[in-house]
Design a protein around this ligand. Structure first.
Ligand code: HEC
Length: 140
């Protein structure tokens, strides 16, 4: 067996970068992207996320004390403030915070926790897809 041809490998790596694959390579460092998370929930729900529905959901109180905006702000493009502890929260909108929606486990953990705080239940995949569509729309 002959060793791999390093020259060919480095050429193909450079070609891949030149072909515009740099962004996915960078995104892979955190595990995922906001667009991939939107696609994940939209596929699970069998719907397209809808930004306006997501906005209404985000600012709605759903019969409880808090909305999503109570801690994340309205719109969530600046640092939020925890409604009970007063601690600062990094901006939730990915356009204002590159770390937002870059790690699937973190997304799941906080959706679970925050939805229980706001709705006294977990959010559905459709609701998550709408919230993602709304948050991504704030980039523009
Ligand atoms: C009581 C305060 C509070 C409320 C209400 C709240 N959140 Fe959060 N949320 C947090 C905190 C704190 C974090 C963690 C921030 C961090 O570690 O960067 C967080 C993180 C998140 C994340 C993870 C984002 C990431 O970094 O990838 C998502 C998604 C999220 N919240 C969605 C929601 C949604 C949807 C609602 C409404 C149903 C909501 N939150 C309501 C406090 C809140």
């Amino acid at each position: 067996m002959s060793p791999p041809n390093r020259t060919v490998l480095s050429h193909s790596t450079r070609a891949a970068l030149a072909a515009g694959l740099a962004a996915p390579l960078i995104a892979a460092a955190g595990g995922t992207t906001p667009a991939q998370q939107l696609a994940r929930f939209a596929t699970a729900a069998g719907i397209q996320g809808q930004a306006e529905r997501g906005r209404a959901f985000f600012i709605g109180h759903h019969g409880g004390q808090w909305s999503c905006a109570s801690c994340h702000g309205n719109p969530p493009t600046a640092a939020g403030r925890h409604a009970s502890t007063g601690k600062s929260i990094d901006p939730l909108a990915p356009g204002a915070n590159a770390a937002s929606f870059s790690e699937a486990a973190k997304v799941d953990k906080w959706f679970r926790r925050n939805c229980k705080d706001v709705l006294q239940r977990e959010c559905s995949a459709a609701e998550k897809a709408d919230v993602l569509a709304y948050l991504i729309s704030l980039d523009r």
